[in-house]
Design a binder for this molecule. Sequence first.
Ligand code: GDP
Ligand code: IMO
Ligand code: MG
Length: 424
Amino acid sequence: MPATVVLGAQWGDEGKGRVVDYFAESADFVVRYQGGNNAGHTIVVGDQRLALSLIPSGILYPNCTPVIASGTVIDPKVLIDEMEMAAAKQLDPSRVRLSSNAHVIMPYHRKLDAAIERYLGKNQIGTTKKGIGPAYTDKYARFGIRVQDLFDAKIFREKVEAALEEKNKILPRIYNMLPMEADEIIDEYTRYADRLRPHVTDTSLLLWNGLKAGKQVLFEGAQGTLLDVDHGTYPFVTSSNPTAGGAAVGSGIGPRAIDEIVGVAKAYISRVGTGPFPTELQDETGDRMIELGGEYGTVTGRRRRCGWLDLVALRYANRINTFTKLFMTKLDILSAFDTIKVAIAYTSRGIRYDDFPSQQSVLYHCEPVYEDLAGWNTDITEVRSYDDLPKEARAYIEYVQEAADVPIGWVSVGPERSQLIEIQ
Ligand code: GDP
Ligand code: IMO
Ligand code: MG
């Protein structure tokens, strides 16, 4: 602190929500800087489980202002519903701040997301179908609609009509879908605007003033490094930059304000959606990981693909993000395995790769080179100090931090808030 970024070191679902919840206790602001309701972040406190897709995970702490910054894409209905869900759980959504520059996910974005996936057939990305890609596409094409546009009836109508001019050619002619009505969309979104108005502000200025006053800012990444549109396994990625640099760009805070970058990595690895995955286990071991780890999507309920920890990818994530520390989650899931494998390199068509290949066609054919480590076969979910972990579990942690070349500062041994160990 003052500014810390928490972000996924893998393909998402690393446990960022629970890690952000841990750091948020001492934060004044928790900031989502990219993505939208494609994210699903789970926090477990006692026997209560909270799944958030847009509201930053700091909502649980009354001292914390949850901020949704300009680099995000917002489905207004989802945000309103989530604020109502939070209020029903006695959390105070009135503190949520939304950037007037964030882009709005429109009904035609959701339609297009589903239509494009169908059109791609066997080459589909396996998106969450929340309209994320099409909303970012319009942003970069410079005819996106921003939160601020919702509050000027004339401008809003002009922008919706201009967008529909194009979408109503594309939807029927290319995707064989019905065209959409401007009036219906405008009526619906104007109602949302009234509801969102008290939350909308210049979030870059809010954070700048906070930082100047010595407040603590925590950035909450969504998705993960390998889903980054520039540095992930393109085209099987999301449409934003979850990586550390994205926190500065997506929030309007200069990079020098950031002094801690915590990478979150599971003790194994998972991926939801299609795309290359060198350590994927399509066997009984993989099935066990999925069942023991509860690896089903928070947003879509999809079964996640699972595999052994990939140290080539973790070293790559460290290079792209310059982590100050790692937070390793779900170590408890590995208690079930006699031998634990980690990928230390790849081979592809007879060539060895120690660095993550930048060529997609190489990555596609990569086979992992594994190192076998001893398992511990003991329940560790009640362990709270590093020295009380079985020696094999400590050896695993030490091996990973050495190989990834970044210290592991914390491990978690269960989903509940208190189930974690700080490593001195
Ligand atoms: P996120 O998208 O990175 O926030 O991760 P998700 O919430 O989508 O998925 C992580 C899942 O693992 C959630 O169900 C968490 O409650 C759970 N989880 C987090 N840490 C641990 C842990 O240390 N052990 C176990 N068993 N579950 C965990
Ligand atoms: P959190 O924040 C895991 C994946 C989708 C798909 C690809 C593109 O919970 O870690 P999109 O809808 O973003 O256009 O889909 O990205 N994906 C995620 N996978 N965790 C997520 O978020 C994800 N958000 C998107 O499955 O492969
Ligand atoms: Mg998730």
